[in-house]
Design a binder for this molecule. Structure first.
Ligand SMILES: Cc1cc2nc3c(=O)[nH]c(=O)nc-3n(C[C@H](O)[C@H](O)[C@H](O)COP(=O)(O)OP(=O)(O)OC[C@H]3O[C@@H](n4cnc5c(N)ncnc54)[C@H](O)[C@@H]3O)c2cc1C
Length: 121
C-alpha cells in the first residue's frame, strides 16, 4: 500500500509492517503504527548498507538500509542481511505532483515540482 491510503494504526495490530522511505510520512506513520504493530521496519536508501538500528524510545521499531529483494512468501530481505516476514509493505515514497490545473498565464513556471516565483519584491 501507499502512505496516501493510511488513516489509522489500529488495523496494523500485531502485524509486521515494512515502510519504505525516510521522510515525513515514514517518520509519522512508523511511530503511529509502532503503538499497535508487532514490529515496524523502516527501509531507507539514504542509510548505509549495514544499517540496523532500534529507534530510541521504541521496543519494536527498527531502521534498516534499503530492501534488496522481496521473496514470494512475503519475506523482505534488506541490504543489511536481515530478513523479515512482512504482513504489509507500505510505500512512503512521496507524491507525484500535478499542476495541470494551474493557468500560469506566463507569470510563473512549474519546474521539477516547484512553482515559482510565488512572491516578488
Ligand atoms: C516545493 C514544495 C514545497 C512544500 N512545502 C510544504 C510546506 O511548506 N508545508 C507542508 O506541510 N508541506 C509542504 N510540501 C509538501 C510536503 O513536502 C509533502 O507533503 C511531504 O514531503 C510528503 O512526505 P512523504 O514522506 O510522503 O514524501 P517525501 O517527503 O517526498 O519523501 C519520500 C521518501 O521516499 C524516498 N523514496 C522515494 N522513492 C523511493 C524508492 N524508490 N525507494 C526508496 N525510497 C524512496 C525518498 O528518498 C524520501 O525519503 C511541499 C512540497 C513541495 C514539492
Amino acid at each position: 500500500m501507499h502512505s496516501h491510503n493510511y488513516r489509522l494504526p489500529q488495523p496494523f495490530k500485531d502485524q509486521v509492517v515494512v515502510l519504505i522511505g525516510n521522510s515525513s510520512s515514514a517518520d509519522d506513520i512508523s511511530r503511529d503504527i509502532a503503538g499497535f504493530a508487532k514490529e515496524v521496519h523502516v527501509a531507507s536508501w539514504s542509510n548505509p548498507a549495514d544499517t540496523y538500528i532500534k529507534q530510541t524510545g521504541h521496543t519494536n521499531l527498527w531502521m534498516h538500509s534499503m530492501i534488496e529483494r522481496v521473496l514470494e512468501n512475503g519475506s523482505v530481505v534488506f541490504q543489511n542481511g536481515k530478513t523479515i516476514l512482512a504482513h504489509v509493505i507500505m510505500h512512503c515514497t512521496g507524491y507525484k505532483y500535478d499542476f495541470s490545473f494551474l493557468d500560469t498565464n506566463g507569470s510563473v513556471s512549474v519546474d521539477d515540482n516547484r512553482v515559482g516565483p510565488l512572491n516578488q519584491t
